[in-house]
Design a protein around this ligand. Structure first.
Ligand code: ATP
Ligand code: MG
Length: 606
């Protein structure tokens, strides 16, 4: 095991100068920066940016080829950063392993050679079902090098969701562990007729292999270090990602190698990555965030990235941020809510000397979360927005721009966003500020999905002319900041008002007793729908009639009687997807006694 090599950065001065105007509607950008920010002059860069020009910053392959893994690994392994730490892996049991760009290249090459030796061809599909172990990263990058399409699955999925997804994607190879195979794949193996090879990452000597099973370590040991990356074309399929299933049955989004151009640009503009950064994306690679920003973007920038094998644990996370000297941290509202719930006093014994930028994605980030960052780290949390379908960050609060807590920021260079309203014959673009409508993006950014697996019709319906319709409702203010209102499926129509659950949930979250809130519409013969909230309390608070009345009053005062919930139920916790999103459709189904629909991504009760 080697020590990680990272040069030390000048200690961050800038953020301590941020005005501590808590509850202020605006957090001013820092007066100075530890490193020159990438998007300091946002307007000028947005005016001149082009994707063709961005592409020129990548190495590319002969004959106009482009390959995600070549950009992420070979570019640095073949140059001066060969010995720079690419991955610092922290084992759940306390182990620590550092893989340099050179190590990663050797291992990925071996994996690509092993696949080729098994007869796995370019364009065939490889699924990964594994905890965050080094083999996952090696397999993903090695397969991409070989031109094999990668589809990561979250390791907590049960057998049925695994079989469904592998069938939909036509999985030929599965990389997993012996334990996961026995528990989750063996029972449904017959249902996956395309599966030809199972590569097991943690075989013990003498283990009996399943049919068509291989010991991955043995394959890697025997394979050569040299591999010429397949010259995949920019529009060649690279990744299959399943959506989170928050609003319904998960869809399989298809992404191409050209997406790497967007990973590069957004790693720079949205996450402000600089070469000496230590970057930690807490998302699991089973979801698109964990692939786009937990593997590709940091490596494409040649930085050091942290991988933590263990599950969420507040003290462990604070220790990692401190001891690994994380400088840029990308996390999610669900994690922030859990850290808030655990109490920020836990963070007091730690020093986050190198941390200079924090961002969040996945769900709306309540203003409380942004301020909590300021209180706990001296840094606000920068919300950004994107989806599995967009493949990369589209709208963001960035390091050198003012933040308006509760807003997801402004479109990044190369992204044209619109607020539209759907009409029978098409869509109308709404230019007036502060009017609610669906968020639409002009197609043409490189990480845009190129289809839903086996559902061409659904894909087609996502577009109106050259606009991609996201299914999310937003408002844009006069300064161009976007405000999330809710999913089109979650919006509540009550007495002629359109009510976004996020606004109601944020108001409830302002109350000191509330840890999280989920809001739904309940059918009502007079009003159309009424607003009902489910609330989980922070530790130290008990449900009571008095507290319910207090919360109803608090919400009415904040939101007015037509928007405030009419009913509040207490719940120990809210149903959420395994990626941490509140599943309002389940709250609604359970409330109304309706079928629960696809629950494959529902997080198991803990
Ligand atoms: P499904 O499409 O299967 O219902 P999903 O939409 O949750 O699931 P993802 O692609 O993982 O699947 O999530 C993208 C969605 O998450 C966005 O469309 C949006 O609704 C929500 N989201 C992501 N980031 C933000 C954010 N910063 N603010 C508000 N919502 C966000
Ligand atoms: Mg979605």
């Amino acid at each position: 095991m080697r020590e990680v090599r990272v040069c030390s950065l000048p200690k961050v001065l800038a953020m301590t100068e941020l005005p501590r105007t808590e509850r202020s509607p605006r957090i001013r950008k820092p007066a100075s920066f530890a490193l020159p920010p990438h998007l300091a002059d946002r307007d000028a860069i947005c005016r001149t940016f082009s994707w063709a020009e961005a592409r020129r910053h990548l190495a590319g392959l002969p004959g106009g080829g482009l390959n995600i893994a070549a950009e992420a690994v070979d570019r640095y392994a073949n140059g001066a950063r060969r010995d720079h730490a690419a991955i610092v892996w922290l084992g759940a049991d306390g182990g620590r392993l550092v893989l340099t760009y050179g190590d990663l290249q050797r291992l990925a090459n071996r994996f690509a050679n092993a696949l080729t030796a098994l007869g796995v061809a370019r364009g065939e599909r490889l699924f990964i079902l594994a905890p965050r172990i080094p083999a996952l990263y090696v397999a993903a990058l090695g397969a991409l090098k070989a031109g094999v399409v990668v589809s990561p699955l979250f390791s907590a999925f049960g057998p049925e969701p695994i079989a469904t997804r592998m069938n939909l994607g036509g999985g030929r190879v599965l990389v997993t562990t012996a334990a996961l195979y026995a528990r989750k794949v063996a029972p449904v193996r017959e249902q996956i007729p395309t599966l030809a090879h199972v590569l097991l990452a943690d075989c013990a000597a003498g283990d009996e292999l399943p049919s068509a099973g291989h010991d991955l370590d043995a394959l890697l040991r025997e394979a050569s270090d040299e591999f010429v990356t397949v010259a995949t074309q920019p529009d060649e399929l690279a990744l299959l990602h399943f959506t989170s299933g928050t609003t319904g049955k998960p869809k399989g989004a298809m992404h191409v190698h050209e997406a790497v151009v967007a990973h590069w640009a957004t790693g720079m503009y949205a996450l402000d990555l600089h070469p000496e950064d230590v970057f930690w994306c807490t998302a699991d690679p089973g979801w698109v965030t964990g692939m786009s920003y937990g593997i590709i973007a940091p490596l494409v920038h040649g930085v050091t990235m942290i991988v933590d094998e263990a599950e969420f644990d507040p003290l462990r996370w604070y220790r990692i941020l401190q001891d690994e000297r994380v400088s840029v941290w990308y996390t999610a509202p669900t994690a922030i809510r859990m850290l808030m719930k655990a109490g920020s006093e836990l963070a007091r014994d730690f020093r986050f000397e190198r941390l200079r930028f924090i961002a969040s994605v996945g769900e709306p980030l309540n203003p409380q979360g942004v301020w909590w960052g300021l209180d706990t780290f001296g840094l606000p949390i920068h919300d950004n927005w994107w989806q599995t379908e967009t493949g990369g960050i589209m709208i963001a609060n960035t390091v050198a721009q003012d933040i308006k807590p509760g807003s997801m920021g402004r479109p990044l260079p190369g992204i044209e966003a619109f607020v539209v309203q759907r009409h029978q014959g098409g869509v109308e673009v709404i230019d007036t500020p502060d009017v609610e409508g669906e968020l639409a993006l002009r197609r043409g950014w490189p990480s845009m999905f190129r289809g839903y697996l086996n559902d061409e019709e659904r894909y087609r319906k996502c577009f109106a002319g050259d606009l991609y319709l996201t299914g999310d409702l937003v408002k844009r203010d006069a300064e161009g900041y976007y405000w999330f209102v809710g999913r089109t499926d979650d919006v509540i129509k009550s007495a002629g008002h359109l009510i976004g659950p996020f606004e109601v949930e944020s108001a409830l979250m302002e109350h000191p007793a509330v840890a999280e809130a989920g809001v739904i519409g309940k059918p009502d013969p007079v009003l159309g729908e009424t607003v009902k909230a489910f609330v989980a309390l922070k530790s130290g608070f008990e449900p009571s009639e008095a507290l319910r009345r207090e919360l109803l009053g608090h919400a009415r005062k904040r939101l007015g009687p037509s928007v405030a919930p009419k009913e509040i139920d207490f719940a120990p916790r809210l149903p959420r997807t395994r990626s941490g999103k509140i599943m309002r459709r389940l709250l609604r189904a359970r409330e109304l006694g309706l079928p629960e629909g696809d629950t494959s991504t529902l997080e198991a009760d803990k």
